[in-house]
Design a protein around this ligand. Sequence first.
Ligand SMILES: Nc1ncnc2c1ncn2[C@@H]1O[C@H](COP(=O)(O)OP(=O)(O)OP(=O)(O)O)[C@@H](O)[C@H]1O
Length: 650
Amino acid sequence: MESRTSHNLFEVYLRLRPSPPGAPASERILTVEAPETKEEEVQREATGVTHITLNPPTDRRRAIEKFAFTRVFEPDAGQLDVFHSAGVVPMVEGVLARDGGDGTDAMIATLGVTGSGKTHTMLGSKTQRGLTQLTLDVLFRSIGLNMLEGLHLASAADSLQASDPSEATLMTASNFIDAVCGDVPGSRSRAATPMIGESHNPLSPGPARRNIQRPSALPQTPDVSNIDMCCDASAEYAVVVSMYEVHNDRIYDLLSPPSRNASSKDIRRRPLLFKSTEIERARDAKTAGATLVEAGKINESLMYLGQCLQTQSEVGTSSKPNIVPYRQCKLTELLFSNSFPSSSSSSQPQGPRRNPQRGVMIVTADPLGDFNATSQILRYSALAREVTVPRIPSITATILANAPPMAGRPPSPVQTHHPRPFMPPGSSGSYRVASSDERATMELAALEIARLSDDIDHLREEVDAQTEARMTAEAHLMSMEDRMLDLEASIRDDCATEFEERLAIELARFKSSLLLEQERNDEHWDRKVDVLERGLGTDEADDKENVLVESLEEELERLRRENVILKRELANRSPSKRRPLEERGDCASSPQGLPTKGEGVAQLGRKMEKMHLSNSNSRAPGGASSGSPKKLRRLGNRKWEHEEDADLEY
Ligand SMILES: Nc1ncnc2c1ncn2[C@@H]1O[C@H](COP(=O)(O)OP(=O)(O)OP(=O)(O)O)[C@@H](O)[C@H]1O
């Protein structure tokens, strides 16, 4: 392919992916502009620049955007077309440095919305080889016998490892394949994180990452065996392959085993020959939370990329020194850091200067994809952009367009586009010739409108600039939000730890006070039980007393009855024999105070005797008796009844 002279650090190509079968063509948002005239076709041939138009969906009042690219690959373009047309062969030539020297670094990067074909372009598919395989094929065949092998490779690997600032481990391709395929005895599924300065034998198989099947047949098409290049016959070559992914402004080494050490993800390794970078935009910028933060970071990276690409084109055209701000994010640093000529060694400022790298950016897009996402990617990656805002014709413009042309003056373009006279609604329909005053007024109005129209254009540009500034600010805001989230998480962790510590202390304090309280309660209950027991002992003594009292009362009752019986018996006797009972002497004969049955009767006899004597004594002086003889006689009939009762009771 004929190489074109360009001042750009990157040639930017657009590759459109084919539509999936059955997709409606009506939803196509992207069209490639065909040259309308012969001149345009010639110009395109000369410059190679192609334009595409991004059409907003019909329901939105969005501007129609036109983007310029070094070249556009249409959906039917194959891998080989891209390989040749993107100028990969001259890049490989530059790397090989046939004529000696340091050669020229080369960079191939893809950029696109998810699913737009980045992986397909770089790594191919099951049947098609991608740019990486095609390039390596050409490179290996061109180097041929000049490739380092055996012991030379081991020593070269050591020096490469020593000059590599990253933690990545170098190993030979065969050892890497063995490790990846996992059929090496004793291989592990995950490797330990290599330490800086740790020696590693590149000839020994490294730790296995995953057990994948060894591919039986890799795709062989497209074929590039016809491409033959020469290398420097006096040089020895080693090809170092590395793969990185830029995500969330971090660079991940895809070939190294995953490490738990987050800081190691940040370490950037500079590939000696190729860098392949894939960046992607979030599927939907409206998603919340982490995805939003992620989208913010990606948008920020894209914005810096846009700034760098814009500055690079200005570097070529303007005489003023223009510095490309590539150190603002990891993505642009990775893409552009080799783009500028520099001294090969700081200690030898007069030494040979390293050639700036050649860069190719392949932007991938889906013509049926998401309008917003595609528009954003294209806006930041295209070489040039034009915006056409669809205008709704105003009433004034329509009036002016319908005014008749002034004599002696060329008709204005607006007027020529609208030849039909304007008839306002309700008018008679007859056309009235305007006076010269009216025409002059209309001319002035037309000029004013033209001025206003220019103003509007300026304002639109300003709005665009403001929109971009707002996006930048939003991106910053999102990254700040991300930081705030991190901070919040760490504060929460701290709080949780402190809370747990305090909780443990309070729990211990609570337990000890609970134990104390339990002990106090136990003591209290013990005391109560003592008191109760003592109380129960007193009741028993009382009971004994009660029993005694009860038996005494019973005895007393019995004695009373006895007394009554005796009184009756006495009353039934003859009054002459009657002696009054000696008062209450009937109950003091036994030593216990209780008379036995025999003693009771004997006593009773004695008492009755006494009563008889005392009665007779008392009757003698007065002759008068206190008791009535009639009464006594009447009671005589019942005397024995009571005696029987008394006997029965005894
Ligand atoms: N030019 C193409 N020709 C044929 N198929 C394609 C092409 N581009 C993309 N595809 C197909 O589209 C699908 C998505 O492509 P791919 O995986 O390369 O997208 P991607 O940009 O890498 O997506 P992601 O960012 O999500 O990884 C794949 O099935 C791929 O085969």
